[in-house]
Ligand binder design. Structure first.
Ligand code: PEP
Ligand code: MG
Length: 372
């Protein structure tokens, strides 16, 4: 088995010498980042910040979103700030010297809010027993009802959340900037990048970017340590791909979110791929592979092509990557190589596969056949 290990190591070394695509990893914790690095990742292409707001921080998040007075909301944000800073310090340390793309909060709102039905049942049960319902419950249900959405995946998430909840972006950016300062003071080389999710219009990005830059300047002035971070956006809505030329005016990098881009281009729910029609479509040959696993070259792939061409035309030095599930799918890696991306980002365990496939893609371009 050491022979196998040696053969794999040789193949990876050869691929690394050949490939043009960089390979980064999607990692949300210092442990994942460290693991990704051992597998050869050249940075974190996507650090999702949503799980950092669950668990025992949930109450603070509820407070932040539901508060109808500024002071109440700010207290929740102030309590979240040091926790968030620690999250980023660990990841930047594990990836020291390599880029870490941190994405501002993205998930649909309902994932953070208490369940409406549960609340209603609690209130009704209390009333049925002739008791006064918990005033916290009645207050919560009013707020939850106010914010209820029929289609949360198409609702208040991504950049929209940042534009609507005052102080949220400032808190996250401050946490990132302070983590950078802390790492620099410890002698490290933190390379944080800030990524805005679900952008569909350049104005959304322009407004959010201004806020990001304001906070970076503030922390730089306070600490005396200069903090600059590239600011970029996910391209994960068809409109973003079609408006990529304009959006690139406000973005130093693009990262394709092919999970959402597939969902919104096909109109298929990414959370319901187990739906009966999906396997029927595979059986009937409507598609050969799930478009959520292998990039749909003719549809979603065309949007990728448009965004690359228009983005680079507007800004020749634009860095472009992909961080959807497709970033670790062999066939899709070949597509992204041909489309001219700079990097793919995938789960840590997929990093070696992506390195090999990126090498094979570069090799096949030169006409040299490989043995597989
Ligand atoms: C995507 O949409 O492809 C993506 C990477 O973001 P998320 O899966 O977190 O929506
Ligand atoms: Mg997405």
């Amino acid at each position: 088995s050491t022979q196998v290990v040696d053969a794999v190591a040789r193949a990876l070394q050869q691929a690394d010498g050949t490939r043009r695509l960089e390979v980064r990893a999607n990692a949300d914790t210092p442990e994942d980042a460290a693991r990704a690095r051992r597998f050869g990742a050249q940075g974190v292409g996507l650090c999702r910040t949503e799980h950092m707001f669950l668990g025992e921080r949930r109450k603070l998040v509820e407070q932040m979103i539901l508060a109808d007075d500024g002071a109440h909301r700010q207290r929740a944000l102030d309590a979240l700030l040091p926790l968030q800073r620690q999250d980023f310090v660990g990841i930047l340390e594990a990836m020291d010297g390599l880029p870490v793309t941190i994405r501002l909060l993205d998930p649909p709102l309902h994932e953070f809010l208490p369940d409406r039905t549960e609340l209603a049942v609690r209130i009704a049960t209390a009333e049925a027993h002739g008791d006064r319902p918990d005033p916290h419950d009645t207050e919560l249900i009013d707020a939850v009802n106010r914010m209820h959405e029929e289609n949360p995946m198409l609702g208040l998430r991504g950049v929209r959340l940042g534009l609507v909840v005052p102080g949220l972006v400032a808190m996250q950016v401050r946490a990132i900037a302070e983590a950078v300062v802390q790492r620099k003071r410890a002698g490290g080389t933190p390379e944080a990048e800030i990524m805005v999710p679900l952008v569909g219009a350049v104005e959304e990005l322009r407004i959010e970017r201004e806020e990001v830059e304001r906070v970076l300047a503030e922390v730089s002035a306070e600490s005396g340590v200069p903090v600059t971070c590239p600011v970029g956006t996910m391209i994960e809505l068809p409109r973003a791909a079609l408006k990529a030329g304009r959006i690139a005016e406000q973005a130093e990098f693009f990262s394709f979110g092919t999970n959402d881009l597939t969902q919104t281009t096909w109109g298929f729910s990414r959370d319901d791929v187990e739906a009966a029609f999906f396997s029927a479509y595979l059986d009937k040959g409507v598609f050969a592979a799930s478009p959520f696993e292998t990039i749909d070259r003719e549809g979603v792939g065309r949007l990728v092509g448009i965004a690359v061409a228009e983005g680079r035309a507007a800004r020749p030095d634009l860095t472009i990557g992909v961080c959807g599930e497709h970033g670790g799918d062999p066939e899709s890696v070949h597509f992204f190589h041909t489309a001219g991306l700079d990097y793919v980002s995938c789960s840590p365990f997929r990093v070696p596969v992506a390195r090999l496939e990126a090498g094979r893609a570069a090799l096949s371009e030169t006409g040299v056949s490989d043995s597989r």
